[in-house]
Design a protein around this ligand. Structure first.
Ligand SMILES: [Mg+2]
Ligand SMILES: [Zn+2]
Length: 187
């Protein structure tokens, strides 16, 4: 079995932009490429897991989501970093696009995206990590029985760290600091 780092996209890999639809607005978070290189060098798969309810809400299409993904991949490739796979939840209960407007089992904090990736890549969840910028990301890691998770203070993390329930959550300033902390515990 393989070990993985599960990474939230917005506010962790790339700068948070409200309902990002334009590849031209993509900017990597500081340290993201280096963090991903370190994860891969340590033998981990790197899997992005992202709620994108903007699809259900009609703000952007799956094609636009794919164009943003291509842009991120190109920026990472230029720094010798690579994401192994991307998993999205495009759903929302109160969406307007019928195909995607429903309750689902993949919208974080539900563990569906992680469970699907684990099945497709033969991932050992209890030896895998998650990095996110929302408490709901941390809950997702717990719900999927991951080994550990870190909340970063980029993106929504700056506000989320003050919310009820954040008291016992591990925090680091960004994805690179989070990667270093989680990897240092595995030596
Ligand atoms: Mg996020
Ligand atoms: Zn979903």
């Amino acid at each position: 079995m393989k070990k993985a780092f599960f990474l939230d996209r917005d506010g962790v890999i790339i700068e948070e932009r409200n309902y990002l639809a334009d590849p031209g607005q993509v900017a990597l978070c500081p340290g993201a490429a280096e963090a991903i290189r370190k994860m891969r060098e340590a033998g981990y798969l790197v899997i992005a897991v992202s709620n994108q309810s903007g699809v259900a809400r009609g703000y952007f299409t799956m094609e636009q989501l794919a164009a943003v993904e291509q842009k991120i991949n190109a920026l990472l490739e230029a720094e010798n970093a690579r994401i192994d796979a991307w998993y999205y939840c495009p759903h929302h209960r109160k969406g307007i696009v019928p195909e995607f407007s429903r309750e689902c089992d993949c919208r974080k904090p539900k563990p569906g995206l992680l469970l699907k990736a684990a099945e497709e890549f033969d991932i050992d969840l209890p030896h895998s990590f998650l990095i996110g910028d929302k408490l709901s990301d941390i809950r997702t890691a717990e719900n999927a029985r991951c080994r550990s998770a870190v909340l970063v203070l980029t993106g929504h993390g700056a506000e989320e760290k003050n919310l009820p329930g954040a008291e016992d959550v591990q925090m680091e300033k960004d994805i690179l600091a989070a990667a270093r902390r989680l990897l240092s515990g595995t030596e």
